[in-house]
Design a protein around this ligand. Structure first.
Ligand code: ADP
Ligand code: MG
Length: 255
């Protein structure tokens, strides 16, 4: 099986600050890779390189084995890479349909094709197995979990094979967090690969197959979530050391 994403030896400097120092990570179809590390470790910068928000100073990116140039967010989207940022970037005054198609509206002649956008929005939300009471209500009036669903719907509507989620449950209650977990499992089952950034170790252990820890712009290591303890991972985050006896997890674990 080929990796969906391979980022190799990525370096990026902001002035005198080496935000990414020779970072290599990968992601395979149908798996969740958790990205962990203290504030400032470089997690967001790394995914911004993948999503086309930043350009690396050096390093390579391969998508399904093919070397690619990602110079802007449009390049990333064309490659099936979608990002959900912590703030969700939804337009509060617009409804779910409009948000899902924001900036990529369907048209029939000069007019918006509301009917087919609504139908497709409904289908994508069904795929996520989520009920949204009204697709035509401004998203400002929705719960945090429903808003998160709209953001995910927006990402996968455009055939994302690679989904990046930066702190997807930070603003959610327990029930909604559980729902997002279900969404993530549904996407995995469809073969989508997910980079999951979260502060919440519990979430990451619950959802991730592998965990990559970063510290000071470098990768400490990658481990199999099911083969390490919370303390092991804290040791990686805080101490910057691989747990004793942990196998390096450069490829998915075979069942
Ligand atoms: N746009 C930017 N300009 C300058 N420095 C930045 C910028 N974005 C991030 N940094 C710096 O890069 C480092 C990594 O930050 P970041 O990727 O946001 O870490 P994390 O997401 O792991 O908290 C930090 O030292 C941060 O201050
Ligand atoms: Mg961040």
């Amino acid at each position: 099986m080929k990796p969906l994403v391979e980022m190799k030896n990525i370096c990026l400097r902001f002035g005198g600050n080496q935000a990414l120092d020779n970072v290599s990570v990968n992601l395979y179809p149908g798996e969740v890779v958790g990205l962990l590390g203290h504030n400032g470790a470089g997690k967001s910068t790394l995914i911004k390189v993948l999503s086309g928000a930043y350009r690396a100073d050096s390093g390579q990116i391969f998508i399904e084995g093919r070397a690619v140039e990602i110079n802007n967010p449009q390049d990333a989207q064309r490659l099936g890479i979608e990002t959900i940022y912590q703030n969700l970037a939804l337009a509060d005054n617009l409804d779910a349909v409009a948000n899902i198609f924001l900036g990529r509206e369907k048209r029939r002649g000069f007019a918006l094709d509301e009917e087919s956008m609504e139908l497709e929005a409904r289908q994508v939300l069904m795929r996520l197995r989520v009920q949204i009471p009204s697709l035509r209500l401004p998203v400002a009036q929705m719960s945090g979990g429903q808003r998160q669903t709209v953001a995910i719907g927006r990402a996968i509507q455009f055939k994302a094979r690679i989904l990046i989620m930066d702190e997807p449950t930070a603003a959610l209650g327990p029930e909604e967090t559980r729902k997002v977990g279900e969404l993530i499992r549904a996407l995995k089952a469809e073969g989508v690969g997910i980079f999951l950034i979260s502060h919440d170790l519990h979430d990451v252990f619950d959802l991730a197959d592998r965990i990559t820890v970063m510290k000071n712009g470098r990768v400490v290591g990658t481990v199999y979530a099911h083969e390490v303890s919370h303390d092991d991972v804290l040791g990686m985050i805080i101490g910057g050391v691989m747990p004793k006896n942990a196998r390096p997890a450069e490829v998915p674990r075979t069942p």
